[in-house]
Design a protein around this ligand. Structure first.
Ligand SMILES: *Cc1c(COP(=O)(O)O)cnc(C)c1O
Length: 357
């Protein structure tokens, strides 16, 4: 098989060393002679993985002492419900920056008083709203830092007068984050830190226990914090692969080093989109995501769209078709995507340009 370059939006590309470690562990986990798919999660070998995974999250993101990080099943979509269950008492504020952000809002609305205080739906979510007022009486403000479908990203940790909760599914571990500015950060692993099947939540412990509703045991974050994500059977294999992915991030020099590589990849690709007369970017320049790069054919060149997709595919480019709500193309260039992958895509765009000069 010739070399492929994977730009899938999620489940994402993972480093080769992570695939190799996963294969090894499927055959023999930690020298136990038992596959990681069949080990008991009540063993000291498994405890070492859980402890190591938690420790790496804390180390890589500098997570303060008053926080715990937990791992659960159910997808980031289930956290849309966990959040209001655990934090919404009187009022919740949401910023609407796309399909995922709006789905999160919908769950809060189902449980209580939730308001969308800003939205970029007027321009098909191609920018991040700014200068909105945050209601001082809100229990929390919910934001989505990276909008996977539209390629927009809030790249700074904002100052927020009320507890801040962020869905970081698609940019977690892509840049340093000041965790102390958030009451909670959550997401699915499959966009940047592992395979599908496990979600993470970094929670300020002292912020819990302030709602009066009954919270079902499995939906109560305190259950999972108390039992260190082992209240019931955890998604063992997904956590194991996440552990190896975090070890890889550390081996690359940590989140800051990975961030520098991500900035370089994004600059290379946006540079070509801006230079090449056949293509234009869809996201507002100042809000461009360094994880999901969305672009379309330039005005007047729309008829070339399918031809470019087919051409790119013939060159080994996988997963470039844009989400149906934006159209065009999306290159997801998460941590494991290399500068070489991005340069191969740029070369492909340049060759296509020559064919249509
Ligand atoms: C993919 C995604 C989700 C949904 O994740 P699931 O694990 O499929 O439920 C939520 N938020 C963002 C920002 C995403 O990119």
């Amino acid at each position: 098989m010739s070399k492929v370059h994977v730009f899938n939006a999620g489940p994402c590309l993972l480093p080769q060393v992570v695939y190799d470690k996963a294969v090894e562990a499927i055959k023999d986990f930690a020298g136990t002679g038992v596959s990681v798919l069949s080990i008991s999660h009540r063993t000291k070998e498994w405890d070492a993985v859980m402890d190591g995974t938690r420790a790496l999250w804390k180390e890589l993101l500098n997570i303060p002492d008053d926080y715990e990080v937990i791992f659960l099943g159910g997808g980031a979509s289930l956290e849309f419900l966990y959040v209001p269950m655990n934090f919404l008492e009187k009022k919740a504020a949401y910023v609407d920056t796309g399909v995922w952000a709006h789905k999160a809002f919908k769950e809060a609305k189902g449980l209580g008083n939730a308001v969308e205080i800003a939205s970029s739906s007027d321009k098909n979510y191609s920018y991040i709203p700014k200068g909105y007022e945050i209601p001082a009486d809100a229990d929390y403000l919910h934001i989505t830092t990276n909008n996977t479908i539209y390629g927009t990203e809030l790249k700074e940790d904002i100052d927020c007068p009320v507890p801040l909760i962020a869905d970081m599914s698609s940019d977690i571990m892509s840049r340093p984050v000041d965790v102390s500015k958030y009451t909670m950060i959550y997401g699915g692993a499959q966009k940047n830190v592992g395979p599908a099947g496990v979600i993470f939540a970094i929670i300020k412990k002292s912020a819990l226990g302030k709602v009066s509703r009954y919270i079902p045991t499995m939906l109560d974050y305190r259950t999972h914090i108390d039992k260190l994500s082992m209240f019931n059977t955890p998604p063992v294999f997904s956590i194991y692969v996440m552990y190896e992915t975090l070890k890889w991030i550390k081996s690359m020099g940590g989140v800051e080093a990975v961030h520098a590589m991500n900035e370089k990849k994004a600059a290379t690709l946006y540079g070509e989109i801006d230079r090449n007369p056949l293509f234009v970017g869809t996201a507002a320049v100042e809000d461009r995501s360094i994880m999901n790069v969305c672009f379309v054919m330039a005005p007047g060149k729309e008829s070339l769209q399918d031809e470019f997709l087919a051409f790119a595919k013939s060159k080994g480019m996988i997963g470039l078709k844009g989400h149906r709500s934006v159209g065009g193309f999306r290159a997801s260039i998460y941590n494991a995507c290399t500068q070489e992958d991005v340069e191969a895509l740029v070369a492909c765009m340049q060759e296509f340009e020559k064919m249509h000069a």
